[in-house]
Design a protein around this ligand. Structure first.
Ligand SMILES: Nc1nc2c(c(=O)[nH]1)N[C@H]1C(S)=C(S)[C@@H](COP(=O)(O)OP(=O)(O)OC[C@H]3O[C@@H](n4cnc5c(=O)[nH]c(N)nc54)[C@H](O)[C@@H]3O)O[C@H]1N2
Ligand SMILES: Nc1nc2c(c(=O)[nH]1)N[C@H]1C(S)=C(S)[C@@H](COP(=O)(O)OP(=O)(O)OC[C@H]3O[C@@H](n4cnc5c(=O)[nH]c(N)nc54)[C@H](O)[C@@H]3O)O[C@H]1N2
Ligand code: SF4
Ligand SMILES: [Mo]
Length: 708
């Protein structure tokens, strides 16, 4: 080739190649869509993001995490090769070698200690296809009963409450588009402004159209900034507060008698219980003035339409199910459900927090929200999977209990996909100790997370840009996310990895998929006739119709945007009112630990922080956890704004930077949980579990604070 032609060719390949793909944020449950632009030259690719104005939920809004979501996915530090632990370091190995090692280790453990000696730990960031496959993988490839997932720490209390009260659990009973129709909205323990910022518009619109907003939160937040009434509840006392409100609702005649009679059971018992409730006591327990409780009850009771939303502030307690059920009592007593602008919403957290809890990665569950202990459900799923019903394992234990079983030496091998329990579990020192005892830990991740550091084999999984699949966002709308980039290095799709491991275990014939869509088509059949019925959805329909709300039982069915219009999910079609006795948190402030610690999130970081701490654009804005404390309390202890404090609970001590926050309750401090090691607030949190749903008490424990 002559020099001239060579130069022309060189210039042509130097010219940036531009590509644009439609993708969806991997972080919170809103699932904002966006366009990712890639400008590729020989050496580097430049990425940028622009909004998708046709997004059916957000009109193109994106928060700072969405705008920077791709940064971690294209990060140089992404895992690119299977890694095998050799002493204190890692060796990069081929997939063949890694799979042989995994197969050998899992077989040895199961032969020696039994099938249940291997556990599986999943996550709500995975696609529906992967959540479904992980459940099938545990039950069919490993035949272990021990599978659970991080949703146990997230949505389990709301799910438990909705199942008991309504007979069905879908985060929001109504589409977000109906929020502006609500004349009174209660936002309890939800900080939408930082956690689902792009849906704040619906609440602002409700307000500008004459609606009233009541926020229930121990501290001032971006969300309480739009409230007409902010009830600064003491952490752990929501049920007491709501009992006060319910009493006022009954006494002042705000009960919707016709609705209560025709759509619910249990009113007589609830009414009797409320006769024994004293408003003064509700106020004293919850730390909210009696007049404010009366005012909140009046605003909600008198409003023609209304909605109640709860999130982790109410739910992450050892009494989480009871707390949520009391809010549902409020919705039902006032007849505010099943019509436009009337409903309940448990604000889902993770991208696929909703779908993640429907298709069988939960210890007691099979796909389609079926139950593993129900003989008909077992028989149906065994048939779909082509295995004998007797071979399906029974129910296992919840996420934290699985870690306790590891600590006791009952579980010897663990596979973690899409979670970082060393940072995100309560009492995380125990988790570190337990995982270090495992004979074999396999982690499939994007980075070497705090949990991955303890692994024997670490596999490079797929990020959202590379992985196709469906997600069920917070409204209960199922959407398809398409892949827009190839995998880095030798990384593989998460579902492919599961299929490969199944093959090494001799169960390959049950995992012969060529695409995520094929898995989805099996999931559709598995969900048919279940509560979360996806059988009428196809990729093509989901794309054309911008998502479909479940249940969607056949291909001609339009989906179900509003639930419970005529009947609830229980066989008799009625919802259950239930008396809720207030229970104190498992730890109350005392002499040695005089303050209350509550934990949660900040705008810039996501969960255990592995992705957002690897995003300089986000990390630089909030580089370390700050302890929010009332200046008067700080003064009494001798802490200064920007100085450091030593915070201790019965489980441990960490050192944190102090941030004055004049509107937080005086006995309460707030710390975000997005950091590991000696900045991990979960070294302090209380692993007391809710008796029904096994949710830990992340939102309140007793602490001592000293200058440090
Ligand atoms: N920026 C960001 N957004 C996220 C996430 C994230 O990590 N970062 N995570 C996603 C996930 S998985 C989830 S689950 C959601 C969580 O979303 P949220 O539940 O809204 O978030 P949290 O900050 O955990 O808690 C919400 C509020 O509860 C309050 N609170 C604490 N204790 C109590 C109490 O006893 N009663 C009441 N009424 N309120 C209390 C806290 O002060 C806090 O403002 O967010 C999702 N979105
Ligand atoms: N103190 C306190 N603790 C809490 C909470 C709280 O409010 N307070 N909230 C709890 C809640 S609500 C939740 S949801 C949990 C969540 O906590 P975790 O379950 O730990 O969630 P993540 O941080 O999302 O962990 C995800 C891990 O998987 C990796 N990952 C992300 N996407 C993918 C993927 O597509 N494929 C693969 N293979 N890997 C992926 C990430 O790099 C990361 O290491 O934390 C809980 N812990
Ligand atoms: S609101 Fe949630 S889904 Fe939307 S961009 Fe922000 S983090 Fe992503
Ligand atoms: Mo969550």
């Amino acid at each position: 080739m002559n020099e001239f032609l060579k130069a022309v060719q060189q210039r042509a390949s130097d010219r940036p190649k531009e590509r644009t793909g439609r993708t969806e944020c991997p972080y919170c449950s809103v699932q904002c869509t966006m366009n990712l632009h890639e400008e590729k030259s020989i050496r580097v690719s430049r990425f940028s993001v622009s909004p998708n104005k046709e997004d059916p939920v957000t009109d193109g809004r994106l928060c700072v995490k969405g705008l920077n979501a791709h940064v971690h996915a294209v990060h140089e530090g992404r895992l690119k090769y299977p890694l095998l632990r050799i002493g204190a370091s890692w060796a990069a190995v081929s997939w063949e070698k890694a799979l042989a090692e995994i197969g050998g280790r899992l077989r040895t453990i199961q032969a020696k200690y039994g099938k249940d000696a291997v556990g599986v730990y999943g996550g709500g960031s995975l696609t529906n296809e992967e959540c479904y496959l992980l459940g099938k993988f545990a039950r069919v490839a490993l035949q272990t009963k021990n599978i659970d997932y991080n949703g146990r720490f997230c949505m389990s209390a709301a799910a438990g409450a909705a199942n008991l009260t309504f007979g069905s659990d879908r985060g929001l009973t109504n589409p977000l588009a109906e929020v502006p129709l609500a004349k009174c909205i209660i936002l309890a323990g939800t900080n939408l402004a930082e956690c689902q910022p792009t849906i704040m518009q619906y609440f602002r619109k409700a307000r500008s159209e004459g609606g009233t907003i009541i926020v229930i939160d121990p501290r001032e937040t971006g969300t309480s900034a739009i409230a007409d009434l902010h009830l600064r509840v003491k952490p752990g006392y929501d049920a007491a507060l709501v009992n006060g409100m319910l009493k006022v609702i009954v006494e002042r005649g705000y009960v919707d008698r016709a609705f209560v009679e025709s759509r619910t059971t249990g009113f007589a018992e609830l009414e009797k219980h409320l006769r024994g409730v004293s408003l003064a006591e509700a106020a004293a327990l919850s730390g909210v003035a009696p007049e404010a409780i009366v005012e909140a009850a009046r605003l909600f009771g008198e409003a023609e339409t209304g909605m109640v939303f709860t999130a982790r502030g109410v739910e992450q307690h050892a009494s989480g199910v009871a707390n949520v059920r009391n809010f549902l009592n409020l919705v039902l007593l006032t007849g505010k459900i099943g019509r436009p602008g009337c409903g309940y919403g448990a604000i889902t957290g993770q991208a696929n927090g909703q779908g993640g809890r429907e298709h069988g990665q939960k210890a007691d569950q099979l796909p389609g929200y079926r139950l593993i202990e129900n003989p008909e459900h077992r028989a149906y799923i065994a048939k779909v999977w082509g295995v004998p019903e007797e071979e399906l394992p029974r129910k296992g234990v919840s996420a934290y209990e699985m870690v306790e079983a590891i600590d006791r030496g009952e579980i010897k091998g663990l596979i973690v996909l899409g979670s970082n329990p060393v940072v995100s579990s309560p009492n995380s020192r125990l988790v570190e100790r337990a995982l270090a005892k495992l004979e074999f830990l396999l982690v499939i991740d994007l980075f070497e997370s705090e949990t991955a550091r303890l692994a024997h084999v670490l596999l490079p999984g797929s990020a959202y840009l590379e992985d196709e699949g469906t997600i069920t966002q917070l409204e209960g709308r199922v959407v398809v996310r398409r892949a827009v980039k190839p995998l880095p290095g030798k990384a593989k799709l998460d579902w492919e990895i599961l299929c490969l491991i199944a093959e090494t275990l001799g169960k390959g014939q049950y995992f012969k998929y060529r695409s995520a869509e094929e898995i989805f088509n099996e999931l559709r059949i598995a969900s048919r006739g279940g509560i979360a019925d996806y059988s009428g959805m196809t990729y093509e329909r989901l794309e054309r119709e911008k998502g479909l709300f479940w249940p969607c039982p056949d291909e001609a069915h339009p989906g179900t945007p509003r639930m419970f219009a005529e009947r609830f999910g229980h066989p008799d079609g009625l919802a259950r009112l239930v008396p809720i006795e207030h229970q104190n948190p498992k730890e109350v402030a005392g002499r040695k630990y005089p303050y209350l610690l509550t934990t949660g999130r900040v705008l810039q970081h996501y969960l255990s922080g592995v992705q957002t701490r690897n995003t300089p654009e986000l990390n630089s804005k909030y580089p370390e956890p700050l302890m929010e404390i009332h200046p008067e309390t700080a003064g009494e202890i001798g802490l200064v704004n920007g100085g450091h404090a030593k915070v201790s609970s019965r489980r441990g001590t960490i050192r944190l930077k102090v941030k004055y926050s004049p509107k937080i309750r005086k006995e309460t401090v707030f710390v975000p949980f997005h950091w590991g090691d000696d900045r991990c607030i979960n070294r302090l949190t209380n692993p007391a579990l809710d008796p029904v749903c096994r949710m830990p008490e992340f939102k309140v424990c007793a602490v001592a604070i000293a200058p440090g």
